[in-house]
Ligand binder design. Structure first.
Ligand SMILES: [Zn+2]
Length: 115
């Protein structure tokens, strides 16, 4: 389990699929769940780069709180949360799904954790 982008000294991998084969010398990691956002998004949510938050997902009967979510801030990022397939399935989140983050009692919220 590593932070997204922290691939130094990680194992390599060969991916084989219908579009061809790709071999990486390193980079095979289990990425910690994270949210990409711009500095403007970070200001809006009151967080900073490398902050750790919890994200509450309200779904149809499978509400879930994701803890240990790392905030990644960069001007070139788009606001997206990246989780793995098992995590998404646990909350019945589907690929491409959009949501709303809010400090009120909306469908999702961000809570800062002391570091
Ligand atoms: Zn990512």
């Amino acid at each position: 389990m590593r932070n997204s982008g922290d691939v130094a000294n990680s194992p390599g991998v060969t991916l084989i699929g219908p579009a061809g084969t790709l071999t990486l010398e390193e980079g095979l990691i289990c990425a910690r769940r994270h949210i990409h956002m711009t500095p403007a998004d970070a200001a809006k949510f009151g967080v900073e780069d490398r902050a750790v938050v919890e994200v509450t997902v309200n779904s149809e009967g499978r509400d879930l709180i994701f803890g240990d979510v790392l905030i990644r801030v960069k001007s070139s990022y788009a606001l997206e949360m990246h989780i793995d397939t098992d995590e998404a399935n646990a909350a019945e989140v589907v690929r491409g799904q959009t949501g709303t983050l809010s400090a009120t009692d909306a469908t999702a919220q961000l809570r800062s954790r002391r570091r």
